[in-house]
Design a protein around this ligand. Structure first.
Ligand SMILES: [Cu+2]
Length: 349
């Protein structure tokens, strides 16, 4: 694979766009805004990202967005990875099978990344329990390096997956078991050393713990902000939400005007200290770490440090397309941008 640094990718994107092979058509509004000059047109096209589409056969970010506890699998297949058993106190034992495997994944058109994955995908499957449930994770390391699973949340030290003696060698197994608490939006990731390498290679996922009294019904979605260092220079060349650069520009997230939308946003970007999410045309309520039922902030831009996460809620007032992206412009141009498409009659309040 040819080496690809940040600048080269930008230049590639720009060169392709300058040829006019933009995947997005200029809207009448853009034509009006740019005045139709050739330079303005090239500039408008430059903004639009690279040509071509990533194959979605192995992993589709839009399916991942609204899947948890292997709900994207067929009933028969799901049972191989996830089982629920009622317990006497009314809670559930939730049992998961996670397997570490090396796998090459496509993160931008024609750009392949030699990932380390949970169950063949990056991010790993979203795990979701209710506060007080028992979580049991049967971990099998089929990768080429020692790995662990380190969960955020309450658990005894032998379940932490962080010390040298916790490493699970290639071919070996370990069972992680703990109670799901506190409620909130957590994450899990490999904690073998060197840590930044093991995380950024793709060994991470979201771990949602719902409160015993559920949050109000909503259109829910999971967004992991991630980045990929394709030439191993300790800088990311590609950024995304849910791995595939610019995916949600091609395939906007469809939502209903007026309906509560709840996003579980996790920052698992390595090498950059912070990442952020900005929504156009609206404000949202942020619940940092999801550990309270009272919103901590009303804003349109939320900054998250490495490993931080937040639940954000909003209701779209107007039908149409709304951009969302990192407010670090460089991240946005390198893939971390997307669109919502709201449908239904407008609601001005
Ligand atoms: Cu690892």
């Amino acid at each position: 694979m040819p080496s690809l640094n940040r600048r080269a990718l930008l230049q590639l994107t720009g060169a392709i766009s300058a040829l006019g092979f933009s995947w997005s058509r200029r809207t009448p509004l853009e034509a009006q805004a740019t005045g139709g000059g050739a330079g303005a047109y090239a500039h408008a096209a430059h903004r639009s990202g690279p040509v071509g589409r990533v194959s979605l056969d192995a992993f589709n970010p839009s399916v991942f967005l609204r899947s948890w506890n292997f709900s994207d699998r067929s009933a028969a297949d799901r049972g191989r990875y996830y089982r629920e058993t009622p317990r006497p106190d009314g809670s559930l034992l939730r049992e998961y099978d996670l397997v570490a495997v090396d796998r090459e994944i496509e993160i931008a058109p024609g750009v392949f990344f030699p990932a380390w994955t949970f169950n063949g995908q990056v991010p790993g499957p979203t795990l979701r329990a209710t506060e007080g449930d028992r979580v049991r994770v049967n971990f099998l390391n089929q990768g080429s390096h020692p790995h662990t699973i380190h969960f955020h949340g309450w658990h005894p030290p032998e379940m932490d997956g962080s010390l040298p003696e916790h490493q699970v060698m290639p071919g070996a197994r370990f069972v992680y078991e703990f109670d799901a608490e506190p409620f909130g939006l957590h994450l899990y990731h490999c904690h073998a050393v060197p840590l930044k390498r093991h995380i950024h290679k793709g060994l991470y996922g979201a771990f949602i713990v719902d409160p015993r009294t559920p949050r109000p019904p909503a259109d829910e979605m999971v967004m992991l902000m991630n980045g990929f260092d394709t030439n191993f220079d300790a800088e990311n060349e590609v950024y995304a939400v849910n791995t595939v650069a610019h995916h949600f520009m091609h395939d906007p997230i469809r939502v209903e005007v007026g309906k509560l939308v709840r996003m579980y946003v996790v920052n698992v970007t390595e090498f950059d200290l912070i990442n952020s999410i900005h929504l156009h045309g609206m404000f949202f309520d942020a619940y940092r770490t999801g550990t309270s039922l009272t919103g901590s902030q009303s804003t349109d831009t939320l900054m998250l440090c490495q490993g931080e996460r937040a639940i954000i809620e909003t209701r779209f007032r107007y039908p149409g397309k709304f951009m969302f992206h990192a407010h670090q412009s460089e991240f946005a141009e390198l893939g971390w941008m997307g669109l919502f498409e709201a449908v239904g009659p407008r609601r001005d309040t």
